[in-house]
Write a protein that binds this ligand. Structure first.
Ligand code: ASP
Length: 446
């Protein structure tokens, strides 16, 4: 058995956390390939090293000397970890390299990636593992997009029997220019290493014991999710569950590698297992989770009868696409097409979109409704279950909630309902107690 283990910033924030990480890795021989993030927050109000580096870049742009001075604070973070671990090791050469890069006017991505780079060096020294720089393996194309085929090829020359540490979050284009993933992107690196090294398990260590079946800010003490399929996770994470980077699912998923979310501060907890859709086990709940998000707007367009209906949907969506507004859902009827959009996407663009649609498509009628919330009930077991949708509506009706719209795809993995924002928490609470009862009874109650 071979595993890749990725540790998030809070797991590596200081020497005490780093010691836990070393113990976790040493406790299991199969934990062979290690992907660290940069040091995260040590306490509430602390600053993550990645944020310090972003700040350092801004400062050195204005004043190079101040940039150097600020970088010394970042060095202190690493030096504290090194001395706390009692390592006979120093990062002086690496610091020197970074100071000269500052003098030469390096790119922001280069400087920001140094958080993971330096942390990888420290962890490799603490473990006595080989250090591998992702700049030589994780390949980005000329347009700056991650190139999976070339990355997997690059890994061919890594010996599977050799233990290594590879920093997360970055790689490089062919010209050597450092490229970073989006924030939280070390999860993606972990998944890439999992795929490229064809491991049996990808362990992702963080500061919670896996996913919760609902948001603890709304539901007191929600149950943990023991097992979740890749597809269920997609449904839940797009609605805002943020433990694991959304894009990190894909490399591991393409190889069918299970992902285990674990807690560095409670290593005895089993955490959550993300498994391929066709490998769900007895541990799977009937309803895996309830999630939701507020601040949606619905824009409804009434179609004319007749030939103008042909291509109507495409034309409407094209206006959104050209306005660079991501569309969340498009529930429609014969007569109307509704476009659901996150308010953040729509900010400052609504008027322009409506003007263009009026001018170019001329719908019979337009209606805009703000302050909507979407609530999703997610569970593979709803597939083919007679009465599942009826139960969801019954539960909401009993809680006095008006369902404004509903969306369920043919795979029946999730049912999404749109409610007024004022009904958001009531809906989540009502659906959560229903889900809990189903899971206790191990069947959908109808
Ligand atoms: N250090 C990066 C961030 O703070 C990447 C990561 O932690 O995954 O976003």
């Amino acid at each position: 058995m071979r595993k890749v283990v990725k540790f998030g910033g809070s797991s590596l924030a200081d020497a005490c956390q780093m010691k836990k990480v070393v113990d976790i890795i040493r406790a299991d021989e199969s934990r062979m390939y290690v992907v660290p993030s940069a040091p995260g927050k040590r306490f509430k109000g602390d600053v993550k090293v990645t944020d310090m580096l972003i700040r350092c870049y801004e400062i050195q742009k204005r004043d190079v000397d101040e940039g150097h001075a600020y970088f010394y604070h970042i060095q202190d973070r690493y030096d504290e970890i090194i001395s706390g671990l009692g390592l006979d090791f120093s990062l002086e050469d690496e610091y020197r390299e970074i100071h000269s890069a500052i003098d030469e006017g390096m790119s922001e991505e280069y400087l920001v990636s140094r958080g993971e780079y330096l942390n990888g060096k420290v962890l490799a020294a603490a473990l006595g593992y080989r250090f591998i720089d992702p700049a030589d393996y994780v390949v980005f194309d000329a347009a700056g997009n991650y190139d999976e085929n070339r990355t997997v090829e690059a890994f061919y020359d890594v010996d599977i029997s050799e233990r290594f540490v590879m920093p997360g979050f970055y790689g490089a284009a062919e010209n050597g220019r450092i490229k970073t993933f989006s924030r939280g992107g070390s999860d993606i690196t972990g998944s890439i290493v999992a795929k490229a090294m064809k491991v049996d398990v990808y362990e992702n260590w963080t500061d919670v014991s896996g996913f919760l079946a609902a948001d603890p800010r709304i539901i007191e003490n929600p149950a943990g999710i023991q097992e979740i399929s890749y597809s269920e996770l997609r449904e839940l994470s797009y609605m805002g569950a943020s433990v694991f980077h959304e894009e990190a699912i894909f490399p591991a998923r393409s190889e069918g590698i299970p992902i285990n979310i674990r807690n560095t501060n409670r290593p005895e907890d089993e955490g959550s297992w993300i498994v391929p859709d066709d490998k769900i086990t007895e541990a799977h709940s009937f309803i895996t989770g309830i999630t939701g998000k507020t601040d949606f707007t619905a824009l409804s367009f009434e179609k004319d009868i007749g030939s103008d209906r042909l291509g109507f949907g495409r034309k409407v969506l094209q206006v959104f696409e050209e306005s660079k507004v991501m569309v969340e859902h498009v529930p429609s009827s014969i007569g109307t097409m509704t476009v659901l959009v996150d308010d953040k996407e729509l900010e400052g663009k609504e008027e322009n979109i409506l003007r263009r649609i009026r001018r170019e498509i001329d719908p019979y009628n337009i209606k805009v409704e703000h302050d909507l919330a979407l609530v999703a009930i997610v569970g593979e077991s709803m597939y083919g279950a007679v009465g599942a949708a009826a139960e969801i509506f019954r539960v909401l009706a009993a809680a006095g909630v008006n369902v404004k719209l509903s969306i369920q795809g043919i795979n029946e993995i999730s049912c999404v309902v749109g409610v007024a924002e004022d009904d958001f928490e009531t809906s989540i609470k009502a659906l959560y107690s229903y889900a809990e009862a189903c899971n206790r009874a191990r069947k959908l109650i109808v």
